[in-house]
Write a protein that binds this ligand. Sequence first.
Ligand code: ASP
Ligand code: MG
Length: 424
Amino acid sequence: MAIVVQKFGGTSLADVEKIKNVARAVVREKELGNDVVVVVSAMGHTTDNLIKLAHEISKNPSAREMDMLMSTGEQISISLLAIAIQEMGYRAVSMTGAQVGIYTEDTHSKARIVDIKTEKLMSHIKEGEIVIVAGFQGITKEGEITTLGRGGSDTSAVAIAAKLQVENLGIERCDIYSDVEGIYTTDPRVVPTAKKLKEISYEEMLELARVGANVLHPRSVETAKQFQVPMRLRSSFKLDDLGTLVIGVEKMEIYKPVTGLACDKSQVRVVICDIPDRPGNASKLFTLLAKYELSVDMIIQSYARSSNNTNDIAFTIDKDDLQKFMTLKDEITSIMNPSNIHIDEDIAKISIVGAGMIDRPGIAAQMFETLAKEGINIKMISTSEIKISCLVEKMHAKQATEALCKAFELDGKDVALVHGTLPD
Ligand code: ASP
Ligand code: MG
């Protein structure tokens, strides 16, 4: 029998009725003749609430205890879902990450999976049981509980599917269920006429996930791409709808230069001003940031000013990492002696993404012209092969999104209005 991995997010499991609904979706897949491995997130806003509790006690709770705390959310979901499935007359067993053997690096709060054991999982499957695995969590070699970073259950699901594929255990695909019906050209809450895509490539999905499309955990797409695991994004409330298929770019027909647009308001811009223009400074700066696990994006170095032989380096970081960055400010100042370190929180990053923009000139010009016509100033630009991102002021985010959707035909009057929120 083929194995299907199904992943259900927090909104699909928010209350008892929804858990029963998920149980029906699982049983339905089993009835189609597949073996099923289910991966779940914590119910509703459980993870947020747990974090809030910890912060009511401490401003800076230790990462180890936060992982211990946050991993409990998924443990509630696995057991309740197993009970719901058993209540329907089917055999189900819940497993924590440690019970399965989901091994991670030895870092708390954003650990990467290094290996997944399949023996115990498969022995339950062979018994005809539906296996329900706690997403988002793993264990280190030393037996410490870790978590994979917010939204990490997607990655747990795809990593399990990938490992089953590597071991030739008959994986069919990985279905990621949430309360939206697939991937849209842009956030349907901002542009209600956004279109649902039938398919999207891993590459495009990766860019959209990274730039804050808030649909999938980026590492889940990376893993799916690396192991070529077919992935479907679909709704747990519309089981007949096949949603959006995420596949390799070579399998797609590309007919438009831009597939999607994402707006990310969760970054801040840092400008390190007037750094002496000599070899090694950028290296020192980014080595220091890497040492403290600060991911940076949109790095730009200005043209050296000949008057004092200095230049500026600007980059963006996650808003959540700002506090950590502030603790490094003094160290940066003592290493490179900048005239100022400027922080700008009033930014939104608007990105257009499309595998079809490769070898097609004029897309950047069209994006900048569209923003110019709206009178929107661009604060920073960065590009990749299939993405162009512009930083704008936060108050212009919606206007920029709407104008660019029109310019690149990402909206359409023929498309039904989409209800619901984006997945957690
Ligand atoms: N429960 C975790 C979170 O809220 C993991 C997940 O939902 O994927 O981030
Ligand atoms: Mg999620």
